[in-house]
Ligand binder design. Structure first.
Ligand code: ADP
Length: 256
């Protein structure tokens, strides 16, 4: 993260891209992107969010901007203001909800360009929620809109961690500093019996981070309230209590 911080203080007005990636889908990358952006905004940063998950945009739902359409000025889009202090843009704002997006690589790449080159105003940090894996969008990001740093999300499960390692390799090749690993869906607190269990294992991301010589940025428990609040467009990071604290801890680690 040192590089991101140096870049921000040296050229205050220069926007820096923070990519959030994962090796595969369903590990909570979009959930983390949304909540990381909200947590950073709560820490006083000017943060924007781009949903680059062009084929499966979920940020409008997560940040309660579903159905909103961005305005444009001189062919440049103006980000949609979410109720959580984070301006944002997503393909989900440009198509009907549920509409399938069947584009080939170059079209998806130019759509991504429109979102990133929008009128972000004073935004200092642009959090970019990448699609899972290592495809065209990721390559466009590395080649055209090089992130100042990347955060990788994984569940503690071995298979997810192997995929995460592949995603880390992509950023390494693109010479994008990987700021660290986040473990999501770690430890499930049963709301009925109060026991904690580990459906996806425990501590795997921390071990992998250590093996790869990367910082471990923190863990988010598997918590039904996170899923419920996310689906309701109320990011847990905007609330109080342990979930908000978990995301605030990760945001501080990323900005440290
Ligand atoms: P990805 O972007 O990696 O595909 P999502 O962020 O869309 O993953 O998360 C997949 C599903 O898991 C969503 O329904 C989300 O609400 C849920 N989810 C993510 N993280 C957690 C968590 N820590 N606890 C409970 N549910 C979670």
């Amino acid at each position: 993260m040192a590089e991101l911080r140096v870049a921000l203080t040296a050229e205050k007005r220069t926007r820096r891209i923070l990519a959030v990636g994962s090796g595969k889908g369903g590990v909570g990358k979009s959930t983390l992107s949304a909540n990381l952006a909200v947590a950073m905004a709560r820490l006083g940063r000017k943060v924007g969010l781009v949903d680059a998950d062009i084929y499966g945009p979920s940020q409008p739902r997560l940040l309660a901007t579903e159905g909103r359409k961005p305005e444009a000025r001189d062919k440049t889009m103006i980000p949609v203001q979410s109720p959580w202090g984070v301006p944002m843009l997503s393909m989900g704002h440009l198509v009907q909800p549920g509409q399938a997006i069947a584009w080939r690589g170059p079209m998806a790449g130019s759509a991504l360009g429109q979102l990133i080159e929008a009128d972000w105003g004073e935004t200092e940090i642009l959090v970019v929620d990448l699609p899972p894996g290592t495809g065209d969008i990721q390559l466009t990001m590395l080649q055209k809109y090089k992130p100042a740093g990347a955060v990788i999300v994984s569940t503690p499960q071995d298979l997810a961690l192997i995929d995460a390692t592949r995603a880390i390799g992509l950023f390494d090749q693109g010479k994008v500093p990987v700021l660290g690993l986040v473990e999501n869906m770690a430890g499930y607190l049963c709301p009925h019996c109060g026991q904690v269990s580990d459906p996806f294992g425990h501590g795997g991301a921390e071990v992998t981070a250590r093996e790869l010589g990367l910082p471990f940025l923190g863990r988010v428990p598997l918590d039904i309230a996170i899923r419920q609040k996310s689906d309701a467009g109320e990011p847990p990071a905007a609330g109080e209590g342990p979930q908000a604290q978990a995301f605030a801890t990760i945001a501080r680690a990323v900005l440290a």
